[in-house]
Write a protein that binds this ligand. Structure first.
Ligand code: GAR
Length: 210
C-alpha cells in the first residue's frame, strides 16, 4: 500500500497533533506519514511540537484573507502543493468552505470533543463544548472523529468514545479527561484505519472493515 501523506491543521496547543506524532513514531498510523502541519495562527505551541518532530510547517492566517472563500482557496493550494492524501483537523478553529470538502470527499477528518450530534455545530468548539455539557448536566460525554462535509460537525461519523462526567467537574477538568480518555485514542485510530484503507462510506454511514 502506498504511503499516505497526512496534513494536520491546527490552531492552538496541539495535544491531538502530539498524539498523532507519537502514534506515527510507534508505527501505529498504518504507514501514514505526517508530512506537513498547517496552522491558522502564528506562534501557537502546535507549531513547536511539529518542528521538534522534524515536520514542515506552514502558517496560513485567516485575517490575511478577505473572506472564507479566499482563505479556503489558499488552503486548497497548499493541500495540492503538499500532495495531501488525508487532511486532519486537530483543534483547527477556522471554518473552511464547501470547495475544500468537495475537493477532498471523505479525505478530511475532524476531532470534536463531544458525542455528536450532542453539543456540536456553530459556536461549539474548545472549552465551550464542555461548558455546555456541564450546563445540561449530562452524565456521559466523549469525543467523535468524523469526515468533514459542508455541514459543520455534520459529516459521517468514523469513531466515538464515551467518557463519564464526574461530580465537581469544571470545563477544564472535563476537557482534559475527554482528551486523555477519548480524543488522543480515537484520532490516531481513525487515521490508522484510513491509511490502511479500512474505512468505507455509503449513504453517509462509515463502515470499518475487519
Ligand atoms: C480539542 O479538544 C479538540 O477536540 C477541540 O479543540 C481542542 C484542541 O486541543 N476542537 C474543536 O472544538 C473543534 N470544533 P489541541 O490543540 O490540544 O489538540
Amino acid at each position: 500500500m502506498a504511503q499516505k501523506n497526512i496534513i494536520v491543521l491546527v490552531s492552538g496547543g496541539g495535544t491531538n497533533l502530539q498524539a498523532l506524532i507519537d502514534a506515527e513514531s510507534r508505527g501505529e498510523l498504518g504507514g501514514g506519514k505526517i508530512t506537513c502541519v498547517i496552522s491558522s495562527k502564528p506562534g501557537v505551541f502546535a507549531l513547536e511540537r511539529a518542528a521538534k518532530a522534524g515536520i514542515r510547517t506552514r502558517v496560513i492566517v485567516r485575517k490575511d484573507y478577505p473572506d472564507t472563500a479566499a482563505y479556503s482557496a489558499a488552503m486548497l493550494d497548499a493541500f495540492r502543493e503538499e500532495q495531501a492524501d488525508l487532511i486532519v483537523q486537530a483543534g483547527f478553529m477556522t471554518i473552511l468552505d464547501e470547495t475544500i470538502c468537495r475537493a477532498y470527499p471523505n479525505k478530511m477528518m475532524n476531532v470534536h470533543p463531544a458525542l455528536i450530534p450532542s453539543f456540536c455545530g456553530k459556536g461549539y468548539y474548545g472549552l465551550h463544548v464542555h461548558e455546555a455539557a456541564l450546563k445540561k448536566g449530562v452524565k456521559v460525554t466523549g469525543a467523535t472523529v468524523h469526515f468533514v462535509t459542508e455541514v459543520c460537525d455534520g459529516g459521517p461519523i468514523i469513531l466515538q468514545k464515551a467518557v463519564a462526567v464526574q461530580p465537581g467537574d469544571t470545563p477544564e477538568i472535563l476537557q482534559k479527561r475527554v482528551m486523555e480518555q477519548a480524543e488522543w485514542k480515537i484520532l490516531p485510530e481513525a487515521v490508522r484505519l484510513f491509511c490502511e484503507e479500512k474505512l468505507s462510506v455509503q449513504d453517509d454511514i462509515v463502515t470499518v472493515k475487519a
